[in-house]
Ligand binder design. Structure first.
Ligand code: GN1
Ligand code: MG
Length: 349
């Protein structure tokens, strides 16, 4: 299968090596090495991204905007095939893209220092800021309702009605907790109706592995633009808080290791606000900690919903995998809420 794809990009199959790369849950990624040239090959999961062409359109339009307005921004675009296409469709296999591997760049999977958190937050803030005059109406919605918390709550309620009965019984504690925090959904609804909250070009997947670093550990740019869509800043800040504050990830089964680290919170805030301070309204800034609650709560809902739906979306590597992830996110949410007042003071200093 991969041979045909390499051929479409004029890569010599005899000399190239292909190895799985990264740890995403949705798309498949490989590192392709051929002599001095390295590439990242990606298969888009078209059961989830039902119109992969929209992703290509967004990348093309954003690339065009950077090329005419911010020529110094380093922007990684996919290579075209022999036929001049940005994506390669393989019947039965799906859609593939090939990116040049940026020389001397690297990505990291886990945030190890506040400096890395600050660099990443700077890059995500910078991306949105540089595109603040990009016409949001030109941006395609690649995943409708992706961060619509109302819809995520409705999907959770549907799973409670139609999901796996045994799992629903076992998960009673987690279900009750998430229901008890529904005020997080209410706040989201207020945000959607509040003109002080603006829709901007939003990345929607701000994990650390979506930032390219140079050999001095400075951020170069953001990558993985599949979910770039109009959105609220709470999506991007929220996923950074969700994934950088704790020393352990959503996969951790020992919940005592979950922790909210103040110095990482400060690093995210200072990096993001170094770019976005003038863009954000005071109402938005007042919701900086809420952003973390919003995203962690949504992820807990999504993992639990998937567990109740027999792991149809995320899949499971072991029995109860998504239940472990959901409970992990619930503990993270509780620990963030314990520190809400303290962290809010830090942001308003
Ligand atoms: C998925 O595939 P990956 O790991 O980049 C998901 C995100 C979740 C994340 C949780 C399209 O992202 O929304 O936060 O898993 N992406 C999609 O690990 O559903
Ligand atoms: Mg992604």
């Amino acid at each position: 299968m991969l041979n045909k794809i390499l051929a479409a990009y004029n890569i010599n199959q005899a000399t190239a090596t292909v190895a799985p790369f990264g740890s995403g849950l949705i798309n498949n990624t490989w590192l392709v090495k051929n002599g001095d040239h390295n590439y990242i090959l990606q298969r888009i999961n078209h059961h989830i991204f039902k119109q992969p062409g929209l992703i290509a359109t967004n990348i093309k339009n954003i690339a065009g905007y950077f090329a005419s307005h911010h020529t110094d921004y380093f922007f990684v675009t996919p290579q075209t095939t022999n036929n001049g296409e940005e994506m390669l469709y393989q019947p039965g296999e799906g859609y593939f893209r090939l990116f040049p591997f940026v020389q001397k760049s690297h990505t990291i999977d886990v945030v190890n220092t506040p400096e890395q958190a600050c660099e990443a937050a700077t890059q995500f803030g910078r991306f949105t800021r540089l595109l603040s005059n990009f016409d949001i109406n030109r941006l395609q919605t690649t995943l409708p309702n992706f961060h619509n918390l109302n819809l995520r709550y409705q999907q959770f309620e549907l799973a409670l009605q139609h999901g796996n009965n045994q799992r629903i019984k076992q998960a009673a504690g987690a279900i009750d907790f998430l229901k008890s925090q529904k005020n997080i959904v209410d706040t989201y609804n207020h945000i959607c109706n509040n003109p002080d909250f603006k829709l901007r070009v939003t990345h929607h997947d701000t994990k650390i592995s979506n930032v390219l670093f140079d050999d001095q550990d400075k951020g170069i740019c953001v990558i993985d633009l599949d979910t770039v869509m109009p959105g609220y800043f709470i999506s991007d800040v929220g996923d950074m808080l969700r994934t950088y504050l704790s020393p352990v990830s959503e996969e951790e089964k020992d919940y005592t290791k979950i922790e909210i680290r103040n110095e990482y919170f400060k690093a995210i805030a200072s990096g993001y606000l170094s770019q976005m301070d003038e863009e954000l309204s005071s109402a938005e800034k007042n919701h900086f900690v809420y952003a973390g609650k919003f995203l962690i709560y949504m992820q807990a809902l999504r993992f639990l919903t998937d567990h109740l739906n027999n792991d149809a979306y995320y899949g499971a590597k072991y029995e109860g995998h998504n239940f472990i992830r959901a409970n992990n996110q619930i503990v993270l949410l509780q620990k963030l809420m314990d520190k809400e007042a303290e962290l809010t003071r830090l942001i308003l200093q």
